[in-house]
Design a protein around this ligand. Structure first.
Ligand code: GTP
Ligand code: MG
Length: 171
């Protein structure tokens, strides 16, 4: 059975390699609801691609996340979230605030994710081996996502396919 449930006032964790299309999906939510790690890197260092700034960016993102979840506000975390420990931290934070969690998996093929690095500015272009490793980590993680504690595991592609149908039903 296909889960396409994204409850209101949830924590949505996008999961996908660089170039998978996470930020494109995130842009379907109002801007203030989206916590994009690259944006926080830019806010703390003036450079969205500065990997050295990641720890500070994560710290700042978590502060905003806490403030939003304490208010029960819809929040979308736009980062690869390909590491188990990162997802566990997000789930624990949501639990503390009694907020439901959604894993929104963006399952774009690795070869496409790699190709999409091409036209990107240097500081945003992720090397192919890293993209492939992120993709492999997501593929490995996928079957275990419900067991990790996500209330819903939604595949972005499925929503996409359902869009025309949903549109027709709402007409
Ligand atoms: P990172 O921020 O590096 O982790 O990547 P991301 O997962 O946020 O990918 P992003 O949304 O930036 O998309 C990467 C590129 O793919 C962009 O140029 C998008 O316009 C393009 N793209 C995203 N989704 C689609 C899609 O469904 N179809 C096509 N053709 N292009 C897409
Ligand atoms: Mg992005």
């Amino acid at each position: 059975p296909l889960d396409t449930t994204i409850p209101d006032n949830a924590l949505v964790c996008l999961i996908g390699a660089a170039g998978a299309g996470k930020s494109t999906w995130a842009s379907t939510w109002p801007g203030t609801q989206v916590l994009e790690l690259d944006r926080f890197r830019a806010l703390v260092s003036d450079d969205a691609g500065k990997q050295e700034a990641t720890d500070d960016a994560v710290f700042a993102l978590q502060a905003v996340l806490e403030a939003r979840l304490a208010r029960g506000l819809m929040t979308v975390v736009d980062a690869t979230n390909s590491e188990t420990a990162v997802r566990a931290g997000l789930i624990a934070t949501a639990r503390r605030h009694g907020v439901p969690t959604v894993a929104l998996v963006v399952p774009t093929p690795a070869s496409v994710c790699v190709e999409r690095q091409d036209g990107r500015p240097d500081n945003r272009s992720v090397p192919a081996p890293i993209v492939r490793a992120q993709h492999a980590a997501v593929v490995d993680a996928w079957p275990g996502l419900p067991g990790e504690g996500f209330d819903h595991v939604v595949v972005a592609e499925n929503i996409h396919r359902l869009e025309p149908l949903l549109q027709r039903l709402s007409d």
